[in-house]
Design a protein around this ligand. Structure first.
Ligand code: GLU
Length: 445
C-alpha cells in the first residue's frame, strides 16, 4: 500500500497558519512513509472560488517547500459527482427534499425549544409520489439528502484513538443543492476514492463529518481510509484562533522576511510531545516527525514565536543553502562572510546591510579623534588576519590604558558607523587596511 494523502484547500483565500499546518502534517506524513502528497482544489463553490486564489495557494505551497505528486480540481469532475449521485439515488440512498431554508430553520427552533437536538426529521422521506409531483409542477426543485444508516460508526483515529459517532444524532447530509450543485461531502468522497487516498488527515473540526463520510465510502463501495484529526490551533490564551491570527497568511509572513522553514519548524511540532527545534530543510523535519506524537489538547499558537525561530534558522543556516540567495542580493565574501554575518540576522536580507558596511560607502562616526589617531598609527601593516583585531587592540590597550567599551566602541563606531553588529575580529578582515585607515581618520569610505 502506498501511503497517499491529500491537502484539499478551497481556493477562497491564500494559505494561512491554520491550513498551512494541515498541509504540513499531510506532507510530512507522506514523506515519512515514502508516500504521495496530493493537492486537491476544492472549488465546487463557484461563487467564492477564484483562479487567482488557486494560483496563490500553489505558489504558497511551493514557497513553503511542499511539492505535490498529484493534482486534482473538483470543478473539472462534475460529471463524476453526478454519476455517483445517480448511483445513490437509484439505490434509495439519496432522497429529494423540498423544505425551504426558512422551514428548516423553524423546525430546528421547535426542536431546540423542546430540548431536542436539531436533527432533520426526514419528513421528505414520507412524501408520496403525488406530493413530489406537485412540487415539481410548481417548479420547486429538490435538494438531495444522503440517507444515513443510523448505526454507530466507529474508527481508530490516528490522533484520537478509538472514536465513535452515533449517526442517529446527525441530520442526513445534503449532498446536492436545489440547483444541482454538489456540496463538499460527495465530491470529497468521490475524489478520495479515485485518488486511492489511504489517510485523511485534517483538523478536528471535521470529526463529525467523518461518520457521514465513512458511511458514504461504504455506500459507494470503496475502502474506508484511515483518519487522523488533530486539535485546532488556538490563540496564546487558549481562545479560538482570532481572525487576525487565523488569517496570518503566507503573503504577509513572506513580506516580513520570514523563512519558510521557521514557519514549518514551528507548525510541525506545535501540539506534539517533541521539542520545537529549528530545522533547515524538510528532510530534517521529516526525520523527527511522528503523527502519533500529536496530542489531543488544543494547541496554542503565538506569532511572537516566529521571530526567534527565524533567527535560530538563520544563525544555523549553512553557507551552501545561503549562497544562491547571497548572490542574488549582491553579497560577496564567501562562506567566511556568511558565517560572520548570519549570527546578527533577524531576516536574511539584512546580510546585505553588513556587506554594505564593509564594502559600500559609509560615514564613520568619530567620537574621539585623538584616540582614533593613536589607533590608526598602531594598525597592523600587513593584510588583516583573524589575529589582527586582537593584536591591534592589545597594543592600543597597552598604549592608552583603556579597556572594555571605552577601548572598543570608538573603533566600532568609526569602522562601521554603527554601535552594534558582528564581531569586530571578523569584520575587520573584510574592511581591510585601506578602508580602515580612511575611516579612522574620519574620511567617508
Ligand atoms: N476543503 C475542505 C476544507 O478545507 C477539505 C476538508 C477535508 O480534508 O476533507 O475544509
Amino acid at each position: 500500500m502506498t501511503v497517499t494523502v491529500r491537502f484539499a484547500p478551497s481556493p477562497t483565500g491564500r494559505l494561512h497558519v491554520g491550513n498551512i499546518r494541515t498541509a504540513l502534517v499531510n506532507y510530512l506524513y507522506a514523506r515519512a512513509y515514502g508516500g504521495k502528497f496530493i493537492l486537491r482544489i476544492d472549488d465546487t463553490d463557484r461563487e467564492r472560488s477564484t483562479k487567482e486564489f488557486e494560483a496563490g495557494i500553489i505558489a504558497d505551497l511551493a514557497w513553503l517547500g511542499m511539492a505535490h505528486e498529484g493534482f486534482m480540481r473538483q470543478s473539472e469532475r462534475m460529471a463524476r459527482y453526478a454519476a455517483a449521485a445517480d448511483d445513490l439515488r437509484a439505490r434509495g440512498l439519496l432522497y429529494p427534499c423540498y423544505e425551504t431554508a426558512e422551514e428548516l430553520d423553524l423546525k430546528r427552533k421547535v426542536q431546540l425549544g423542546r430540548g431536542k437536538p436539531p436533527v432533520y426529521d426526514r419528513a421528505a422521506l414520507k412524501l408520496s409520489d403525488a406530493q413530489k409531483q406537485a412540487y415539481q409542477e410548481r417548479g420547486i426543485t429538490p435538494h438531495w439528502r444522503f440517507l444515513l444508516s443510523h448505526e454507530t460508526v466507529a474508527w481508530r483515529d490516528l490522533v484520537h484513538g478509538e472514536a465513535a459517532i452515533h449517526t442517529q444524532t446527525l441530520s442526513d447530509p445534503v449532498l446536492l443543492r436545489a440547483d444541482g450543485q454538489p456540496l463538499y461531502t460527495l465530491p470529497s468522497i468521490c475524489d478520495d476514492m479515485d485518488l486511492a487516498i489511504t489517510h485523511v488527515i485534517r483538523g478536528e473540526d471535521h470529526l463529525t463529518n467523518t461518520a457521514v463520510q465513512i458511511q458514504l465510502f461504504r455506500a459507494l463501495g470503496a475502502a474506508v481510509p484511515i483518519f487522523g484529526h488533530f486539535p485546532m490551533l488556538t490563540g496564546a490564551g487558549g481562545e479560538g484562533l482570532s481572525k487576525r491570527l487565523g488569517s496570518l497568511g503566507v503573503e504577509s509572513l513572506r513580506e516580513d522576511g520570514l523563512e519558510p522553514m521557521a514557519l514549518n519548524s514551528l507548525l510541525a511540532r506545535l501540539g506534539t510531545s517533541d521539542p520545537v527545534e529549528p530545522r533547515q530543510n524538510m528532510d530534517e523535519l521529516v526525520a523527527g516527525f511522528d503523527i502519533t506524537h500529536i496530542g489531543r489538547a488544543s494547541v496554542k499558537f503565538d506569532p511572537n514565536d516566529l521571530g526567534p525561530m527565524n533567527e535560530r534558522i538563520l544563525h544555523a543556516m549553512p553557507y551552501a543553502a545561503a549562497e544562491p540567495r547571497l548572490k542574488a542580493l549582491g553579497v560577496g565574501g564567501g562562506a567566511d562572510f556568511w558565517t560572520m554575518a548570519r549570527a546578527n540576522l533577524q531576516h536574511f536580507d539584512q546580510a546585505r546591510l553588513w556587506w554594505d558596511i564593509v564594502t559600500g560607502p559609509i560615514s564613520p562616526v568619530i567620537t574621539e579623534p585623538d584616540f582614533l589617531a593613536t589607533a590608526e598609527a598602531l594598525l597592523p601593516q600587513d593584510a588583516f588576519t583573524e589575529a589582527s583585531w586582537g593584536d591591534w587592540t592589545n597594543a592600543l590597550k597597552a598604549q592608552t590604558g583603556r579597556k572594555g567599551r571605552d577601548l572598543f566602541m570608538p573603533l566600532r563606531l568609526a569602522l562601521t558607523g554603527l554601535g552594534h553588529g558582528p564581531e569586530m575580529k571578523s569584520l575587520l578582515m573584510f574592511i581591510g587596511p585601506k578602508r580602515a585607515h580612511a575611516l579612522l581618520r574620519g574620511e567617508p569610505a
